[in-house]
Structures are given as C-alpha cells and as structure tokens.
Design a protein around this ligand. Structure first.
Ligand code: ARG
Length: 460
C-alpha cells in the first residue's frame, strides 16, 4: 500500500513507529499560516511565469483559502500520516480542488525550500513582535524614571554600597539594555530578509521561475543567492534564539534585583499583590514568583540556543532530517519571551518604590567617600592617591564612632585640610548633581537619557 505522497518508489507500508517518529505535524502545524502564505506566493509566481494558467491559479488560491479557514475554525483534521504541515495542507488542497490541479502546486518547489521559507517568515514576524513588546517595556521604565529622578538610592558594586544614584538612573540602565536588544533584533531582521523559496531541493530548478517575485510577494527584500545555502541555512533561527537569550540575560538581572530589592533586607520596592503569590505553609509570605520564573526560564531559552547550535554543527549540506529539530525550541523561546515580557511589563507598571527606604539605605556604607576625595583633588589640588588616603582616615573615624561619614559634623577635626565648604560635599543630592560626565547619574544627564530613549521610540 502506498500511504504517503512520496511513496511512489516504496512497496512496503511505513512502520507505525517510523510514522510517529518521523512526523513533525504536531509541532509544525503552528506554521500553517506561513505555509499557506508561501504557497499563495509560489502559485502566483508560477502563473506569472506561465507555469500555471489563470484557472489553475484561481482554483489553488480558492482551495488554499478554504484550507486556512478550516484550520482556523478547528474543522481541519490533522493526521500524522501526513507527516508535516506542508503535506497536510497540500493533501487537503487536492481533496478540495482535485489532484489534477492541486498536484501542480509543488512544481518548482521542494519541501526543503518550503520549510525554510515558512520558518523564516515565522522568525521575521517574531522579531517584529518582540520589538513591540520591548518598546512597551521601555515606556514603563521611562515612566518610573520620570517619577524618580530625585529618589536617591545606593548603587552597588560587589553587592556592597558604592555611590549614591537615583532610582531613575538605576532603572534607565535597563531601558538601555532593552534598546540594544531592539537594535539586535533589527540586525537579525536585516540578515533574515532573503527568501529561500525556489531553491527547491538544493540545486534550483529547470523551470524558468521568478524568485525575486515570490520573495517580494512574501515581504523579503530579495531571494537567497545560492540554492544550496538557501535550503541549508538556519542562521536566522539561531540569530533569533541568541537575541532572545540576551533579552533573558537582561530580564534575569532585572528580576534578580527586583527580588533582592523587594526582600525585607532591602525593602526598596513593593511588588503588587496581584503579581505575588503566597506560601502554602507560611501565612505571612508574599513571594516574587513572576521574577523568579523569568529568572528561571532563562535556562530554557539558553538551552534552546545551544540545542540548535549543536544540531547544526558539522551538519553536511544540504537538507538533513536533523533540521526538523529546529522548530520546537524556537517556538518555545518565542512563546516564553513574549509571555515573560508581557507579564514583566504589567508587574513593573504596578511596582511601588519606597523612596524613604532608598534614602535611609544611603546613610550606611559611606557612599560619599569618593565625593570627598574628588573634592580634595579639585579644590585643594591634592593628588588623588593622597586624597584617597585622607578620606580613608575619615572613614576610620566614622567607623570608630559607629556613624556614616554623612553624619560627621566637623571634618576639620579629622584633618585640617578640610574647611567649611567640605561639609557641603556630605550631601547625597549634591553628590548626584556634581556628576559632570556624559551618561552620569546627575539629573540633567538623566533627562538627556530619557530624551535619547524617547527619540529612539519615536523614530521607528
Ligand atoms: N518536516 C520537515 C522539516 O521540518 C520538512 C522538510 C522535509 N524535507 C524532506 N526532504 N524530508 O524539516
């Protein structure tokens, strides 16, 4: 019995185990829209080149439209005997319009270029969707930044108190990471803008096709230049997986900080009840599960990248069935990224910032020590190394008294190089605004940073 579209040369029936193992339909049915879109472009190109006539094209387009609505309405019967979405759609098309015409759709095409095209269309759409979600996220971060230009908090290096900054400055650092993520997605989109369709099995076709036309109909800039590369390339999927991995590097760092900052030890922020969970045993608990899950999902998306890199490594050209393994991880990473970005944004919108606690935390850890040393260099012409040593004495004095250097009442008592003016340095807001370098934590710099981000969001 011949039970497959490709079974012309086979005399035996496929083993049930093989059928199940070989089929990708359960995964790649996700690509039905792209598959039908690709077929519409292909058929239109065939008609343009005189390979199909108008009647045939009309029948194919009508049939494909019906297949699409059957799938969308849930009326389509997916059967793994059809192996994958490409054959499932084509078989149903032939049932609807008859094999005579339906059978012509696959002229000058192979599943190898078909799957590469469908998958690339999906990847391109995902790149654009992720860009929109990142833009939304940046808007939320900007809203917090605008509100907290003067909410002074400690910065950390080695997770130890470092220098005073504002909450605004802290949150903007993430906005710039997400801006870079958008630029990275755009780079990937640019590279993915060449269409594999028409590469056929691996060597092109003897029909006189117009690949630029089908590429154009599908929204690609141009066709891929080498048919063998056309069917073998999965760089576009790797690029997307890497882009998502980097996004998660950023979200995992943000989530980690939100977890720390919402703990009772820090108590800098409150995550709203609607995005927190309780404990089944400890009635007092309010857990930052959303942040923990996003941090945890980073492992999955890194794994998906490594998995596809490994699948593609040392794979001989052109198409090999190994490449059927390319989709599941990509679908998973895209879904995971979309869901995570949406919930992270919603959670951040409701986040409360505890301004007083931020300031209180500044009074611990001698955050102004560097400012004092810079003052000695600037105003007293003392070499920085010596200034560093003098301020070290100030810190030791404060430690001895069990106070922070911001609480010292008379600096001259410690070293007579200090005069009254020096006392002005021991002020957190003064510290913030004394920063002059581009990209610093001063309010005027923060305003420029917000402007930079807003211009970026407006531009495209
Ligand atoms: N289901 C296959 C995949 O996802 C489609 C391409 C099959 N090509 C082939 N020559 N068997 O990769």
């Amino acid at each position: 019995m011949k039970n497959q579209m490709w079974s012309g040369r086979f005399s035996g029936v496929s083993d049930e185990l093989l059928k199940e193992f070989n089929a990708s339909l359960n995964i790649d049915k996700e690509l039905f829209k792209q598959d039908i879109k690709g077929s519409i472009a292909h058929a239109s190109m065939l008609k343009h080149c005189g390979i199909l006539n108008q009647n045939e094209l009309d029948a194919i387009l009508k049939g494909l439209k019906q297949v699409k609505s059957e799938i969308q309405n849930g009326d389509f019967v997916f059967n793994i005997d059809d192996e994958d979405i490409h054959m499932a759609v084509e078989k149903r098309l032939s049932e609807i319009i008859g094999k005579e015409i339906g059978g012509k759709l696959h002229t000058a095409r192979s599943r190898n270029d078909q799957v590469a095209t469908d998958f690339k269309l999906f990847v391109k759409e995902s790149l654009l969707e992720l860009e929109l979600l990142l833009k939304e996220l940046i808007l939320t971060l900007i809203a917090h930044a605008k509100e907290h230009k003067k909410s002074i908090m400690p910065s950390f290096t080695h997770l130890q108190h470092a220098q005073p900054i504002s909450f605004s400055f802290w949150i903007l650092s993430y906005a710039f990471m997400f801006k870079r993520d958008i630029l990275r997605l755009r780079n990937s989109l640019e590279l993915a803008d060449e269409c594999p369709l028409g590469s056929c099995a691996c060597a092109g076709t003897s029909y006189k096709t117009d690949r630029a036309l089908s590429a154009n109909l599908l929204g690609f800039k141009k066709p891929m230049q080498n048919a063998m590369d056309g069917v073998s390339d999965r760089d576009f999927a790797l690029d997307l997986l890497y882009d998502i991995a980097v996004i998660f590097t950023h979200t995992s760092r943000l989530c980690e900080e939100l977890i720390l900052f919402s703990s009772s030890e820090f108590n800098f922020i409150a995550i709203s009840d609607s995005f927190s969970t309780g404990s089944s045993i400890m009635p007092q608990k309010k857990n930052p599960d959303v942040c923990e899950l996003i941090r945890g999902k980073t492992g999955r998306v890194y794994g998906n990248l490594i998995a596809l890199l490994t699948t593609m490594k040392a794979l001989p050209l052109a198409y090999n069935k190994d490449m059927q393994e390319d989709k599941e991880g990509v679908f998973d990473s895209v879904k995971t990224a979309k869901k995570s970005l949406i919930i992270l944004n919603a959670m951040l919108k409701e986040m409360q910032v505890k301004k007083e606690n931020l300031l209180k935390a500044c009074q611990n850890g001698h955050l102004l020590a560097t400012d004092l040393a810079d003052y000695l260099v600037r105003e007293k012409n003392i070499p920085f190394r010596e200034a560093h040593f003098i301020v070290g004495k100030v810190v030791a004095y404060a430690e001895n008294k069990g106070i922070d250097i911001s609480e010292i009442e008379n600096l001259t008592e410690i070293d007579n190089v200090f005069d009254k003016e020096a006392m002005k340095i021991l002020d957190f807001e003064h510290s913030l605004n004394s920063k002059q370098s581009e990209g610093s934590s001063s309010i005027s710099s923060i305003e420029k940073q917000i402007e930079n981000l807003e211009d970026f969001l407006k531009a495209k």
